[in-house]
Ligand binder design. Structure first.
Ligand SMILES: *[C@@H]1O[C@H](CO)[C@@H](O)[C@H](O)[C@H]1NC(C)=O
Ligand SMILES: *[C@@H]1O[C@H](CO)[C@@H](O)[C@H](O)[C@H]1NC(C)=O
Ligand SMILES: *[C@@H]1O[C@H](CO)[C@@H](O)[C@H](O)[C@H]1NC(C)=O
Length: 418
């Protein structure tokens, strides 16, 4: 039981200890009971569950029109994408500018839809006349299918964030571009910002993007809370590779649970405090929303993706996936060291809005400053930066004050460009 508690703490990432404790009790006593706005038991077999999509689970419930799309990547992963084409009041025939919402790691598109419509970015944008698209990257609950591979196979999990940039993002952006015929406003959180920054720096898809909003930007991870930094950079990488190999990284699975238990038993690692260490101390979360998060996240990703994220910590800069040996890299890249991503190559006239929090342990202020240093060459009038002193990682997505503090600024930023 004590361990389960630790796991819940690790999994939810988003919660204050207090809220977690309350929701943990609920979870233990009523793990499968449907309440709230989503009806998803946490441990449902995702493959069966994928029959009901995000639209049915929550969006339509709030009175919004919602369309499910399926897109197949060039390496045959089948991704689900949702569209909320207009606000609750209904459309007037003309479609607003498209906005893509790209979630972070270990979560999925649902995270944009967990607060009330008055508080959630997706709904707020729709009600402001935007054509909203929500993506779900490979491996997450609604995007677990592949033309030929089963998610039970090793080959299915043979990818890292390099592949999200070269396969998932292009497929999603091209789908939206084809459907709307318009350039896209991109909004990313956490890993979603890393995907944008690296993709655009490589010149990928940036010609179809009108602007980029980066919430809790992640490009450097050198100043993360020391415990997590340690876990990721040392123990995590080694143990992940040896104990899991090329596989699914599913925080709900016994295998990953055991691994985390081992880590939690290490001296100096206090898993009871792991959560605030991971996200920072979120100021403004609603306990009911936190409860929904508990029931719907975390989502699986690939072990290779986690290892690649850990490599950012270890190397202190962004490179393609390191295969762990000069000759292995040579085989894949024609070089001993994996090629670096050069963020200064992002087109200097791409309008960007970057918002970061003073309490964010994942997107640490010092690391964001490093990123801003790299963007020094950006046209000054094309880069808007917002610093929110009280905010931590999850506040940007499910904070109850996020509309006033961040989203209204985002809409102002878009309106100037539309
Ligand atoms: C329809 O709604 C859009 C988005 O709110 C607005 O920009 C546009 O002016 C409206 N068009 C008409 C004909 O009312
Ligand atoms: C994983 O992908 C790499 C190429 O990116 C390939 O060399 C390797 O054989 C693949 N492994 C599996 C198990 O599919
Ligand atoms: C928290 O969420 C619940 C359930 O959606 C809602 O009734 C309540 O108004 C929310 N509180 C705040 C402060 O947003």
């Amino acid at each position: 039981m004590a361990f389960f508690n630790n796991m819940a703490l690790f999994q939810t990432k988003f919660m204050s200890r207090f809220a977690l404790f309350a929701t943990f009790l609920i979870m233990v006593h009523q793990p499968y009971q449907a309440f709230g706005r989503l009806f998803y038991p946490k441990n449902t077999n995702v493959d069966d569950a994928s029959q009901a999509g995000v639209c049915d689970l929550t969006v339509r419930f709030h009175g919004y029109t919602c369309q499910e799309f399926e897109v197949i990547t060039d390496d045959d992963y089948i991704l689900s994408v949702q569209r909320i084409p207009h606000g609750r009041a209904g459309g007037n025939g003309t479609r607003g500018p498209p906005v893509l919402l790209q979630h972070g790691v270990l979560v999925d598109g649902l995270t944009w839809l967990l607060n009330s419509p008055e508080e959630s970015l997706a709904y707020i944008l729709a009600d402001n006349g935007y054509d909203v698209w929500v993506s779900n990257i490979r491996g997450t609950r609604f995007s677990r299918r592949h033309v030929t591979l089963s998610p039970n196979s090793r080959a299915y999990w043979n990818w890292s964030w390099d592949d999200l940039i070269t396969h998932d993002l292009p497929s999603i952006i091209n789908l939206i571009f084809k459907q709307t015929g318009q350039k896209i406003h991109y909004v990313g959180h956490s890993l979603g910002t890393l995907m944008a920054l690296t993709s655009f720096s490589e010149g990928l898809e940036v010609d179809k993007v009108k602007s980029a909003v980066l919430l809790s930007p992640v490009a450097y991870l050198s100043h993360m809370g020391t415990i997590i930094g340690d876990l990721l950079a040392r123990s995590f990488v080694g143990e992940l590779i040896t104990s899991l190999g090329l596989a699914e990284f599913n925080p709900n699975s016994p295998l990953v649970a055991n691994l985390l238990k081992t880590l939690c038993d290490k001296p100096g690692v206090d898993c009871y405090n792991l959560l605030p260490v991971i996200t920072g101390k979120n100021c403004c979360l609603n306990a009911s929303t936190v409860d929904l998060v508990l029931k719907n996240e975390p989502q699986p990703t690939s072990t290779k993706n986690m290892v690649h994220l850990a490599q950012i910590v270890r190397y202190g800069r962004l490179r393609k996936y390191d295969y762990g040996g000069r000759f292995k890299n040579l085989e894949h890249y024609g070089e001993y060291i994996p090629p670096a991503y050069d963020l200064s190559k992002i087109p200097h006239d791409l309008p960007m809005f970057l918002s970061y929090g003073g309490q964010d342990a994942l997107s640490d202020v010092k690391d964001v400053e490093t990123l801003l240093g790299l963007l020094k060459g950006h046209d000054a009038d094309k880069l808007q930066v917002q610093y929110v002193k009280d905010y931590a990682h999850a506040d940007f997505i499910i904070g109850v004050t996020a509309k006033d503090v961040v989203y209204n600024q985002v809409i102002k930023f878009f309106k100037k460009l539309d």
